[in-house]
Ligand binder design. Structure first.
Ligand SMILES: NC(=O)c1ccc[n+]([C@@H]2O[C@H](COP(=O)([O-])OP(=O)(O)OC[C@H]3O[C@@H](n4cnc5c(N)ncnc54)[C@H](O)[C@@H]3O)[C@@H](O)[C@H]2O)c1
Length: 302
């Protein structure tokens, strides 16, 4: 029997490397395309070369992505730059990576008969949503170049689905966390910050008064949704991908424990963010299983 071949762009990053683990577990051969701008080889070092092949390539530059896509069954396009403040400082870089990069990946995938193309979009497309929980029908409100470029990528993915009948699905991720979370960057997200602060015995930095809430989804729940979707007949769909539960930053800090330090609010960040996930739950019969308490406990054990 021929094994399924999956391409993961950005596969050396946090979400991509976790997805790799799940796909290898179900018997896929995985091809990683990554330029290692934030991804790390060590995120994948536990895999055997016969299961996971890693290629260093920049999706925004490479004119020759086609050769990697030969015989591909599934494409998971996760490569991208993913920080808000750097995107405001350098919009062009974000445009080249996230928009041009997405066109290049779509062009390569278009030429082969893939079964599913999955795109990593972002809940940042809702800006400051009027309705909480927020459904996929909420108004698009792009507050910064990161949100704009991720949304342009999604629009391209949907246009390619219509124009070229590609089996494309876009997932708008909420706050994803889990093993190998990015903890290094100056602008890493709250969970990553808390994790590195806990490990370095530093106080947890809380933005604003900490009463703002976020929807945190464990990366294993996210990967399970991906696997259910690739087995389905669904195409040309956009789904929120969150836990459907809201947690305040103060609650997260409490679960981590230790001292806290309050820092000023940052631009473009909503007070509350919560996914309405009924569409995805209904379409693939999936639900998130890992509670925030259990997820953080697992994180602290690593
Ligand atoms: N983590 C979250 O909570 C979250 C939320 C919303 C959306 N997303 C999206 O999910 C995707 C994965 O996020 P992550 O948290 O794993 O981030 P990450 O930074 O760990 O992973 C991104 C990966 O893409 C690679 N990459 C970036 N530009 C590239 C290029 N031009 N060519 C090849 N590789 C490139 C990086 O080296 C890295 O390995 C991103 O597209 C991000 O926008 C993440």
């Amino acid at each position: 029997m021929k094994l399924s071949k999956s391409i993961i762009t950005g596969g050396a990053g946090f979400i991509g490397s976790n997805l790799t683990d799940h796909l290898v577990r179900i018997g896929h051969k995985v091809i990683i395309l990554d330029n290692f701008v934030s991804g790390k080889k060590s995120n994948l070092s536990h895999h055997k070369r016969k299961n996971v092949k890693i290629f260093k390539t920049d999706i925004s530059k490479s004119k020759n992505l086609d050769r990697y896509f030969k015989g591909a069954d599934y494409v998971f396009h996760l490569a991208g730059l993913a920080e808000i403040i750097p995107s405001i400082k350098n919009p062009k870089k974000y445009f080249v990576n996230n928009v041009l990069g997405t066109v290049n990946v779509l062009e390569a995938a278009k030429k082969v008969k893939i079964k599913k193309f999955i795109y990593a979009a972002s809940s940042s497309c809702y800006g400051t949503p009027k309705k909480i929980p927020t459904s996929e029908k909420e108004k698009i409100d792009l507050k910064h170049p990161y949100a704009l470029t991720k949304f342009m990528g999604e629009e391209l993915v949907m246009k390619y689905a219509s124009l070229f009948r590609m089996p494309n699905i876009s997932f708008r991720f909420f706050n994803v966390y889990g093993p190998r979370l990015n903890t290094s960057g100056q602008y890493s997200a709250v969970m990553g910050n808390f994790l590195s602060q806990t490990k370095n015995k530093k106080p947890l930095t809380i933005v604003g008064n900490g009463k703002q809430t976020r929807d945190f989804i464990h990366v294993d729940d996210l990967a399970n949704a991906f696997i259910k979707v690739i087995k389905s007949k669904l195409i040309k769909k956009i789904y929120n991908l969150g836990s459907g539960k809201r947690t305040s930053i103060n609650t997260i800090a409490k679960i981590f424990g230790g001292k806290r330090k309050f820092i000023p609010l940052r631009p473009g960040e909503p007070k509350n963010s919560l996914a309405n996930i009924s569409k995805l739950k209904k379409d693939i019969n999936w639900k998130p299983k890992i509670s925030i308490e259990k997820g953080i406990k697992k994180l602290l054990q690593n």
